[in-house]
Design a protein around this ligand. Structure first.
Ligand code: SF4
Length: 371
């Protein structure tokens, strides 16, 4: 699916030197529309968006904007800016044709069955390189604070798709297991994160499509020693414990922003209840899997109940604060204090202290600790 991003840059393509010393390495739709270049020994990412986009940008063509963000490492800002300008120039010559073909080809349903050309998304850096794996793009759970739409909306707008409520559409990447099998043969081993960057891997449609399950079958067959991290808000993950236990190192975790189920129901109406998530952790542990919980964002509710639940069911916990209310300002109206940085930091410190007292390991970074 990301091939069209290369088409924008014709006559350049993958591996091509777009400016002296700056080589096109990758195109991806996973974290927003992104072109990745090798430059001065580091990765330079250029985000692409529709020109009606209000996001700041470094250069624009007639219909698109381009802005760079640096991976890990130093980047020469002037060269990065020159690159964005060059990309805008190239796009200006190709975009009418490329965008028209893209819009024409696109299926307009809410559950779209699409093919992907790549699946494992390289992420992180240094000693913490890992791959993101998303069999679906777009999530049917639709949490109110979710930041995935901000990554996915630019492409939907370019495709001319009608704006529809977050939580009511998804793209099913039908060939995900086959693409994964190919990539596992050719990529260096690294941890894989099957987690909701753009979709929960166990949202409703998975019970019928079984794409996540088939990806796990591929991992069991081709990469049983690659660490796997699964994060979900759905009890459906229990169906796959039989496969997860066949991997050498698999972690199963749940997102738990609150222990108060009324608050959970307000912000995550179509996700499983707090009790179901805790039961999932208990069953994962019983099955012999490593367990963890992610508290992000932090939502209102009793700290004591939260810490009790975490200490009872999770081998380790990762804590992070809310990063903006996204489109959910109205939903925070009754919990306005929880949307402030001060409240988030204070609550995070309270939970952290209480978990430390209970001896629960806390972690940050990409993978939970081994046990
Ligand atoms: S489950 Fe995750 S990806 Fe899905 S809507 Fe909620 S926060 Fe977003």
């Amino acid at each position: 699916m990301a091939r069209w991003l290369f088409d924008l840059l014709k006559p350049h393509g993958l591996g091509s030197e777009v400016l002296p010393g700056i080589v096109l390495k990758r195109a991806s739709e996973e974290l927003g529309l992104r072109l990745t270049f090798a430059m001065d020994g580091t990765d330079l990412h250029v985000d692409v968006g529709p020109a009606d986009d209000a996001t700041p940008h470094a250069a624009r063509s007639d219909r698109l904007v381009f802005g760079y963000r640096v991976g890990r490492g130093e980047v020469d800002a002037e060269r990065a800016l020159a690159l964005c300008r060059r990309l805008a120039e190239l796009a200006r010559a190709n975009e009418a044709e490329v965008l028209a073909a893209l819009a024409e080809d696109s299926d307009r349903g809410r559950i779209r069955h699409v093919e992907t050309e790549q699946l494992l998304e390289p992420m992180g850096g240094g000693d913490e390189r890992f791959y993101g794996l998303s069999p679906y793009v777009g999530c049917l759970i639709g949490c109110r604070f979710c930041y995935a739409p901000s990554r996915l909306d630019p492409l939907r707008r370019l495709l001319g798709l009608d704006p529809i409520r977050w939580g009511s559409w998804t793209d099913v990447r039908t060939n995900a297991p086959a693409v994964l099998a190919d990539e596992l043969r050719s990529r260096p081993a690294a941890p894989i994160k099957l987690c909701p960057i753009v979709s929960d891997p166990y949202h409703a449609v998975e019970s019928k499509e079984e794409l996540t399950r088939r990806c796990l079958e591929v991992l069991v067959e081709h990469a049983p020693d690659w660490p796997l991290f699964v994060l979900t808000r759905s009890p459906l993950v229990r169906r796959d414990f039989d496969l997860l236990t066949r991997l050498d190192r698999a972690w199963v975790g749940v997102s738990l922003p609150t222990a108060d189920d009324a608050v959970r129901a307000h912000f995550e109406p179509r996700a499983s209840s707090v009790a179901e998530r805790l039961e999932t952790l208990a069953l994962a542990r019983q099955a012999g899997l490593r367990t963890f919980a992610m508290v992000q964002p932090i939502l209102p509710g009793s700290v004591t109940a939260m810490v009790d639940a975490l200490a009872t069911h999770a081998d380790s916990v990762s804590l992070d604060v809310l990063r903006g209310v996204q489109g959910a300002a109205d939903d925070f109206a009754d919990h306005a204090e929880a949307a402030t940085d001060e409240w988030q930091i204070q609550r995070s410190n309270e939970i952290r202290r209480a978990l430390n007292e209970r001896g629960v390991p806390l972690w940050s970074g990409e993978l939970p600790p081994d046990r």
